[in-house]
Write a protein that binds this ligand. Structure first.
Ligand SMILES: NC(=O)c1ccc[n+]([C@@H]2O[C@H](COP(=O)([O-])OP(=O)(O)OC[C@H]3O[C@@H](n4cnc5c(N)ncnc54)[C@H](O)[C@@H]3O)[C@@H](O)[C@H]2O)c1
Ligand SMILES: C[C@@H](CO)CCC[C@@H](C)[C@H]1CC[C@H]2[C@@H]3[C@H](O)C=C4C[C@@H](O)CC[C@]4(C)[C@H]3CC[C@]12C
Length: 372
């Protein structure tokens, strides 16, 4: 990257820039990357906030909205020509059976391959990939991963299309590190593995909130409080992406081809107890100190849901929250504790837990249809 302390020269491209995480990355780049000249936001579906940003909020930075599909190699290459850094966050996040395994693979794996090929073709040297904790686990055997780091041994066994696709895509990104791009310089890549992201715009939190409202302000405990699930605030995930992108050139030898868990100081709790940190102040209560239904019954219901999904598929898309995979993830301890990102590129969470919590509560409270 050119040294551009004063004059903004850099062109960034964010794939999936209109998604939950993508929007936070876009806004964070505008706030925290003074060298930015142009920000290209590439997404299958462009959001309306992007128009407002283009006219009001971007300051001197040129924001270019590009409607495109990562599965179309020519669209990716055209969008990327002349960019210095690509943050590839576009992905099909589906653990509920909304999309077919083939589609998930196409978007997450072929889409990533297209981004890498486009880097090579257009001479874009820096690639930051949003991977996922699910590349590691939880595995289908329910083995706990307790306060693990990037080097903790764990038997990663994937069967579900989503983690399978993220694992394959991450491997492609890491293997691409060092490939010569157009112009002869080496590509520098790295992958970030967020745990379960929460914060403003989180669809699953929205679903839980509305479900709680429908049940008269109550949700029913299904997962033991002792199962800990790693969570990270979206603003900190965005910040880590921005920081990596900024440091990748100077620290290419150290960071190139590396993976980093994406974490912050959010407390270790069960998935449901953690959600209550935000939903409770918004009038939702979690009923029960222990799961109201025994695990075997939940597993039976989850299996039944899977069967119904399969039977109904020709007629209607039945995609309940509870299925064998989501039950297994919610019931398996998976938490990270690592300082690799701090050691390698000085990452410290930008938002404290208190601030992350307050921002998320405010978002729930101002949500359409909220109790307040
Ligand atoms: N949400 C989480 O808890 C979580 C945790 C770890 C990692 N991730 C990863 O973070 C990334 C972003 O996830 P998110 O939660 O913001 O999901 P999201 O669905 O809100 O955002 C994904 C974005 O990608 C876009 N997209 C999908 N298919 C596309 C295509 N073919 N071409 C171009 N754009 C396409 C979507 O339109 C959307 O705007 C994903 O790669 C996901 O695997 C998410
Ligand atoms: C049994 C239910 C009773 O309340 C609880 C079901 C909760 C599940 C819907 C969610 C539990 C864990 C979530 C996943 C996790 O946070 C990490 C993820 C990684 C990311 O890459 C994509 C999203 C997700 C798979 C996330 C999805 C929702 C859960 C399975």
């Amino acid at each position: 990257m050119a040294d551009s302390a004063q004059v903004p020269t850099l062109v960034y491209l964010v794939t999936g820039g209109c998604g939950f995480l993508g929007e936070h990355i876009v806004r964070m780049l505008l706030e925290r990357e003074p060298r930015l000249r142009e920000l290209r936001v590439f997404d299958l579906h462009l959001s309306s906030w992007l128009e407002e940003l283009k006219t009001e909020g971007a300051g001197p930075v040129q924001v270019t909205a590009i409607q495109g599909d990562v599965t179309q190699a020519h669209e990716v290459a055209a969008a990327m020509a002349g960019s210095h850094v690509v943050i590839h966050t576009a992905g099909l996040v589906d653990v509920f059976g909304k999309a077919s395994p083939k589609t998930i693979h196409k978007v997450n794996v072929q889409g990533t391959r297209n981004v890498i090929d486009a880097c090579v073709q257009t001479g874009t040297r820096f690639l930051v990939y949003t991977s996922s904790m699910e590349v590691v686990g939880p595995n289908t055997k329910g083995h706990p991963f307790y306060r693990g780091n990037e080097d903790t041994p764990y038997e990663a066994v994937h069967r579900h299309p989503y983690p399978c696709s993220k694992a394959l895509a991450e491997q492609l990104v890491l293997e691409a590190n060092g490939r010569k791009v157009n112009g002869g310089l080496p590509l520098v890549t790295c992958a970030l593995r967020p745990t379960g992201i929460y914060g403003e715009g989180h669809q699953v939190m929205r679903d839980f909130y509305h479900q709680g409202l429908r049940f008269g302000g109550r949700l029913f405990r299904a997962v033991p409080a002792s199962v800990e699930h790693g969570r990270v605030y979206v603003g900190n995930v965005a910040w880590m992406h921005v920081l990596v992108a900024q440091e990748l050139e100077q620290r290419a030898a150290l960071m190139g081809g590396q993976v980093y868990f994406c974490y912050d100081k959010s407390p270790y709790k069960s998935y449901e107890d953690f959600n209550m940190e935000f939903l409770n102040p918004c009038g939702i209560r979690l009923i029960g100190t222990h799961p109201l239904l025994p695990y075997w019954l939940l597993a039976l219901l989850a299996a039944l849901n899977a069967l119904l999904q399969w039977l109904l598929r020709p007629l209607v898309l039945y995609t309940p929250l509870l299925n064998p995979y989501t039950l297994a993830v919610a019931n398996t301890t998976f938490t990270v504790s690592t300082n690799k990102a701090q050691r390698h590129f000085g990452y410290k969470p930008l938002f404290s837990w208190e601030e992350s919590r307050a921002r998320t509560i405010h978002w729930v409270q101002t949500m359409e249809g909220s109790a307040r």
